[in-house]
Design a binder for this molecule. Sequence first.
Ligand SMILES: NC(=O)c1ccc[n+]([C@@H]2O[C@H](COP(=O)([O-])OP(=O)(O)OC[C@H]3O[C@@H](n4cnc5c(N)ncnc54)[C@H](OP(=O)(O)O)[C@@H]3O)[C@@H](O)[C@H]2O)c1
Length: 280
Amino acid sequence: MENVKLNNNLNCPVVGIGTFMLSPADAENSVREALKMGYRLIDTANAYVNERSVGRGIKSSGVKREEIFLSTKLWPSEYENPNAVEETLERLGVDYVDLLYIHQPAGNWLAGYRQIEKAYREGKARSIGISNFEGKYIEELETKWKIVPQFIQVEAHPYFTQKELRKTLDKYGIKLMSWYPLGHGDKSLISEPLFVDLGKKYGKTPAQIILRWHTQMGFVVIPGSKNVEHIRDNLNILDFTLTDEEMAQIATLDKNERYYHRTDAQLVQFAAWKPGFEKK
Ligand SMILES: NC(=O)c1ccc[n+]([C@@H]2O[C@H](COP(=O)([O-])OP(=O)(O)OC[C@H]3O[C@@H](n4cnc5c(N)ncnc54)[C@H](OP(=O)(O)O)[C@@H]3O)[C@@H](O)[C@H]2O)c1
């Protein structure tokens, strides 16, 4: 597995599996199968309400905890809960996570950031991150952080490459982890003729070409899937390299267009919503 080196010298695998919108049963199954076939990075969140199942998938895979890079996220309604980190670890069934994000710039997000900084100092999180902190949010946080985050997790794919944000990230060596790397499965992105043609050239699917593009952009990529064939394909992207010319062709697809448009009203709703955590 290829790794990227983070700004605190920790290594993180360049490809992992995401678990957004996976039911507990699907999350457990996908995580177990992914680990058995060689994945070493898993991304979940309080809000996905599948952390216990992810923890079970890890245990039943037989892969040692220390070989796995486990990422999760505190939800805004947890930012002021002094036990949020401990409770998250308990649900996952681990003593530490490798990456702990605050999920949204909603509610008292500075309290959330202070919690993850504390978890970092205490060794409960080996790296920390911010999710969806684009524009004014990262600008404000930049003036307040005591520990520079290792990651930002944001929407990124060939139609939306986060050009502006990357200027700030480069200043601090913050790595970008792409969400919606396959446009949340959007057929029009996956069937772009350029990806179909490149797939034929390299003996890969269009989705594999897109995921390879992410890694060559320097992004860490966490495609979500409950389909074992897709999970296998999504890991099998590191045995070919797109040329500079092909990367330039893909760059012409950038429309600076997101799939997901968050509003300020949604941020207020996010802060009020409490995940109904799995009981066991
Ligand atoms: N921080 C945030 O706010 C945030 C927001 C969204 C997502 N995320 C994270 O990012 C991860 C990825 O995002 P996502 O799962 O929403 O979207 P995605 O990875 O872009 O797309 C997932 C969709 O693509 C399909 N798919 C996966 N592999 C495929 C392949 N090889 N060929 C064809 N189709 C394929 C999946 O269906 P099958 O199940 O049939 O394979 C699923 O419908 C999430 O799981 C989550 O961990 C974070």
